[in-house]
Design a protein around this ligand. Sequence first.
Ligand SMILES: Cc1cc2nc3c(=O)[nH]c(=O)nc-3n(C[C@H](O)[C@H](O)[C@H](O)COP(=O)(O)OP(=O)(O)OC[C@H]3O[C@@H](n4cnc5c(N)ncnc54)[C@H](O)[C@@H]3O)c2cc1C
Length: 351
Amino acid sequence: MIAGHWEVVVVGGRIAGASTAWALAPYAERILVLDASRPTAFWPQQSTWDRAGNLAWAELGLLETVLACGAPRTYGDTQRIGDDVVERVYPREDEHSYRMSLPREVLDPALLAAAQSRGNVTVCRPARVRAITIDGGRVRGATVRHDAIDSRLTCDLLVLADGRLSRNAQRVGASAYRVVESPWFALLAYYENLPLPTDRSYFSLQDRSVLISTPCGDMRWCVALDLHQSLIDETGRHPGRAYERMVRDDPHLRPAVAAGRRSTPIGGAGRLRMLRRPMSGPGWCLVGDAGYHLDPVTAQGTRAALVTARILRDRVADAGRAAGADLTGLTGERDAALDADWAYTERIVRG
Ligand SMILES: Cc1cc2nc3c(=O)[nH]c(=O)nc-3n(C[C@H](O)[C@H](O)[C@H](O)COP(=O)(O)OP(=O)(O)OC[C@H]3O[C@@H](n4cnc5c(N)ncnc54)[C@H](O)[C@@H]3O)c2cc1C
């Protein structure tokens, strides 16, 4: 039964939503997480992060959960720029100085399971929020479709973690106030049993493309390609075909993928827009891509999602409870915390 009153309702149960439910659990009696997708869905998205991401997981108390997913840590990479090859080792600052990557179908369920282990977090999926109740200028609840039935529920705080295309952000009036159109198309697929090192990644930077392979599990790799839209337009090739050709033509990856096997379809997204929406308003808050979407080309989306969850958690912790917490001023706090990531990503996106 999801109808009735919940102190916190989180819409979206992936990186941002599951982490937020975990983080807010000590400050609410009952939290409901709703996600429109089926648990078995394949998400052509990656989650790779560096030392700053490790610190963000640790700040939320989720680093152990993430490490238990079993992805190898990478301490350096091989970079091919044109025909030159350079071996890099990441600077060793502390025990968090490594990069890590996890397939979403491994990471997202682990985060949801951690949230549910709190005991006061209920997950309902597939369940889609179809309308939001606003009364007296304040969000009071939502209408949710689950099992072909619409239920109305009320809440003290509605957290929108429903991704960059969030329709609910529009429903609460959170319009984007900063937008950057990206010319990059992001593609990826997962592979198994590649004869590649498991403690380092590979980057190939060529004319208007970046090909990256990253170990992300037991003999599993993610092979991602960022492709400039102008290259797609010039060749007239479907981005998926361009991906296959570039992996096949790469001197480092060609023999590896011939020996291993691709275990997922090639998927991805193009014509993306970096965007910032306000983070909070009366009775609502936006976390993750819903409020702050960075182009994947710099792999900063995971950290941004965690930082927004942490900012909300800290504000709620100050008040002692989610209900009645003062959420004013969160937009400025978030933008200041993520400004360097935005500037770096925008510089790359604008070329
Ligand atoms: C190809 C690609 C590669 C990427 N690579 C990286 C990378 O290497 N490193 C990195 O840090 N980031 C990467 N990113 C970005 C990263 O995937 C996102 O930043 C991250 O997924 C954001 O998580 P989120 O929880 O905010 O949103 P999402 O992962 O988009 O989750 C939103 C959830 O909300 C649910 N939902 C939507 N509408 C409703 C509704 N009405 N009711 C209920 N539920 C709803 C959806 O079903 C979904 O499960 C990549 C993205 C892409 C596309």
